[in-house]
Design a protein. Structure first.
Length: 198
C-alpha cells in the first residue's frame, strides 16, 4: 500500500471529486477528525451507519386492562405491557414497577396520557410525570360536566444520570370517589426517548 501526502485535493472546475470505485471501502482511521466547514453541505444518497446518533433508549408502554385511581391518591399508571417488539430498546422500562430507568445519561423527552371510562362532574384530575418521585411535567383537566369520557396528558423533558434516576407517570384526581380508566394501547400510554446529541 502506498501513501499520498497532500494538503488539499480539489476536483476539476465544476466537476465532482469521487473517492474509490463501487465495491471499495474508504476508511477513516481511529483518532482522525473530519472537520466540515460552516456552510458546507453533505448529501447522502446511500446508507449511513453510526452517524448522527439515534433516540435510544426508547420505550412505549401501556396498561393492558382497565384500572382505578382512588380519590386524592397518587397512582402510578400500571403500564404492564410493552407496545410491541422493539418498543423497549434497552429493557429500561419495568412492566412490574412501571418505572423507566435508563443506563445512558442524557436529556430525555417523555409523554403520558390516560382516558376515563366515564365522566363525572369532579373537580380536578391530572397526569404527572415524575423523576425520582418529583414531578417535572403536569397536565390538568378540570371537569364541570358529566358527558362522555375525559383524557389527561402531560409531556416534558429532563436530564437523567444514566444510573439511578427513574421516571414514572402518575395519575391524581379529586372527584370524591374512585375513578376508572380505560386499558388498552389506544386509551393510555407512557413513552419516552433520549434526545440526540445529549
Amino acid at each position: 500500500m502506498s501513501k499520498l501526502f497532500v494538503d488539499q485535493v480539489d476536483p476539476k472546475t465544476a466537476t465532482t471529486l469521487t473517492l474509490g470505485t463501487s465495491g471499495d471501502t474508504v476508511t477513516v482511521p481511529s483518532g482522525v477528525t473530519l472537520s466540515i466547514a460552516s456552510g458546507a453541505t453533505i448529501a447522502n444518497s446511500g446508507t449511513a451507519t453510526g452517524i448522527g446518533g439515534d433516540n435510544k433508549p426508547f420505550f412505549h408502554a401501556y396498561a393492558s386492562g382497565n384500572f382505578a385511581c382512588a380519590n386524592a391518591t397518587f397512582v402510578d399508571m400500571p403500564c404492564n405491557t410493552d407496545s410491541g417488539s422493539g418498543f423497549d430498546t434497552d429493557n429500561a422500562f419495568d412492566t412490574s414497577t412501571y418505572k423507566f430507568t435508563p443506563q445512558t445519561a442524557g436529556y430525555y423527552w417523555f409523554a403520558a396520557g390516560a382516558r376515563t371510562t366515564s365522566a363525572g362532574a369532579w373537580d380536578y384530575q391530572s397526569m404527572r410525570i415524575r423523576k425520582n418521585g418529583t414531578e417535572f411535567a403536569v397536565g390538568v383537566n378540570d371537569n364541570t360536566t358529566a358527558d362522555g369520557t375525559l383524557t389527561c396528558n402531560a409531556s416534558g423533558s429532563i436530564y437523567l444520570n444514566g444510573s439511578s434516576d427513574y421516571v414514572t407517570a402518575t395519575l391524581y384526581q379529586s372527584s370524591g370517589g374512585s375513578i376508572d380508566y380505560y386499558g388498552g394501547l389506544g386509551s393510555n400510554y407512557f413513552t419516552g426517548f433520549k434526545l440526540i446529541g445529549t
